[in-house]
Write a protein that binds this ligand. Structure first.
Ligand code: ADP
Length: 513
């Protein structure tokens, strides 16, 4: 028998993606299956996700499965299929509410959070528990792996249902999102209002989905070593540092990987030119393609191009970026800027204004666009990726694969994955980017200036590009660490199923404490 793991997430590529979580879930499931773990994914059946899965000609049609219990939001069913482009079984939770949601599954067209998010994601948790209880045609997993607040109720519901044979893990991909709702909703969400619920779920007078998971999961993980330390402090704990400190013994860091097949300059179907660390001619051509794509003039491969590709949010310091860039653009007359992103409307408008102010030098695309993201990583010289906090930070790693040097904040996973040129001395000795402290325009400007100074020195720049392109964050290492962690929490009878898959358990799990 194989060990079975059910990954529960609100998003997964290619069906729906708003951020790094979607990349991580599918890549992890694929990698676990390579380690002979029977990993599958349970996610909401958003209209777009169902349509995408149905349109995939390579897989069989979605198979409806009954869900015998009603969920808080009403009756529902599962649609069983295969994640397009992979061999990972996927279960889409088909409810009327989820079905109505499209590309951004969390907010409506005016940018407000959907008013029934609590019910929708309580539905997801109750459906997961029904599967764990063996109520559906899907075999119950040995471990349920809940991701972020959307799946946070699962560990709590498993415990209260007495389903102790299914172990639970909660992974924090972003602690700032917590799913905190009015306590008055408890009954509607299928939550008892007893004392246990109170101490498990209550967060400043509200119900917290995330806290429910943090309190009750058998193991809590997060996605980088530094973030695992940071979230124990008030600055990064977003009010959860107390709970996390209490659960310190159960907290582990398992750094993410990246999909080096999808992000590969040697064979990227979304690019016209390929390149590698030994032959960068394709990067020069990709710079021109990018200039063309974003209307930059002149189309000159020697113009330094800075790129930004991220959610436009306070977390990603969009406010400080908008303050800083005019000074930098005025100082460096040949510099060009490419911006790809979407998010808070005021920031989107700020970037569009910048493009009007610097015609031909600043190209902005507001939206979510995979093809442009690949073009940006391939064609830029530098990626500006500031963050007030960063659990892992996939984007700079993608850029590095394409020889694009990140300028990033020294926080969270960025600290662990980018080797700062300042710390590593001359660029030849392992440096792969520029890290900076602080959240002011002056801090950011100084970091950009450091990068520009290095860019003047062709030898140093080339050495940094080589280091960046050789940086290896393979998913197999991360997946093996997850298998170790699953083995540690699985019920006694199931342990050997996991232990066999990671016989030497050499992948050290970093204890946060
Ligand atoms: P976060 O999860 O906090 O948004 P990450 O850098 O870890 O940050 O992951 C972001 C993911 O979303 C990356 O895969 C990045 O390429 C992608 N992404 C963000 N904004 C866009 C966009 N506008 N178009 C295409 N991809 C985007």
């Amino acid at each position: 028998m194989q060990a079975r793991v059910l990954l529960v997430s609100s998003e997964a590529v290619p069906l729906v993606k708003t951020g790094g979580l979607a990349d991580v879930i599918t890549a992890l499931a694929v990698s676990l299956r390579k380690l002979d773990i029977d990993a599958s994914i349970l996610m909401p059946g958003y209209g777009v996700a169902v349509a995408h899965a149905e349109a995939d000609a390579t897989t069989a049609p979605l198979q409806p499965l009954a869900l015998p219990r009603d969920l808080p939001g009403g009756p529902a069913r599962l649609l069983r299929g295969v994640m397009p482009g992979t061999d990972v079984p996927v279960l889409l939770l088909d409810t009327g509410r989820f079905h109505q949601r499209s590309a951004n599954p969390y907010i409506d067209q005016s940018g407000n959070e959907f008013s029934d998010n609590a019910i929708c994601f309580a539905d997801l948790a109750h459906a997961a528990v029904a599967i764990c209880a063996g109520e559906t045609a899907v075999p119950a997993p040995h471990v349920v792996h809940a991701n972020d607040w959307h799946a946070g109720l699962i560990p709590f519901l498993l415990k209260t249902a007495g389903l102790n044979h299914v172990a639970s893990m909660l992974t924090i991909h972003n602690l700032a999102f917590q799913g905190n709702y009015d306590w008055a909703l408890a009954g509607q969400l299928g939550l008892d209002r007893d004392a246990q619920a109170m101490s498990s779920l209550e967060y400043w007078g509200k119900i917290s989905f995330l806290k429910a998971g943090l309190q009750h999961a058998d193991c809590v993980t997060t996605v980088s070593k530094t973030y695992a330390q940071e979230i124990l402090t008030p600055r990064f704990g977003y009010g959860m540092e107390g709970v996390l400190n209490e659960r310190r013994a159960a907290l582990r860091a398992i750094p993410n990987g990246i999909d080096s097949k999808v992000w590969n300059p040697e064979a990227d179907p979304l690019l016209r030119h390929s390149f590698n660390v030994g032959d960068m001619r394709g990067k020069t051509l990709s710079k021109c393609d990018l200039q063309d794509m974003f209307g930059l003039l002149p189309v000159d491969p020697f113009a330094p191009i800075v790129g930004i590709g991220s959610r436009m949010s306070h977390q990603k310091m969009a406010d400080v970026v908008l303050q800083t860039l005019p000074t930098v653009l005025d100082r460096h007359e040949r510099m060009q800027l490419v911006v790809l992103g979407c998010g808070e409307r005021s920031y989107e408008e700020g970037f569009l204004d910048l493009a009007c102010r610097y015609p031909g030098r600043v190209g902005v695309h507001i939206g979510y666009d995979e093809e442009r993201a690949h073009a940006l990583h391939a064609g830029c010289d530098m990626l500006l990726h500031p963050s007030r906090f960063e659990p892992f930070g996939l984007t700079p790693l993608y850029a590095m694969r394409y020889g694009t040097i990140p300028i990033a904040s020294r926080v969270g996973g960025l600290t662990d994955t980018i080797a700062d040129v300042g710390m590593h001395g001359p660029a030849g000795r392992g440096a792969s980017g520029v890290l900076f402290d602080g959240e002011t325009a002056r801090d950011m400007e100084a970091a950009i200036e450091r990068a520009f100074a290095l860019h003047q020195d062709a030898g140093a720049w080339r050495a940094m590009q080589r280091n960046a392109m050789h940086t290896d964050f393979d998913w197999q290492t991360a997946a093996a660490a997850y298998v170790d962690a699953y083995a540690a929490i699985a019920a006694t009878e199931a342990k050997p199923l996991f232990a066999r898959k990671a016989p030497d358990a050499r992948v050290a799990l970093e204890q946060a404490a």
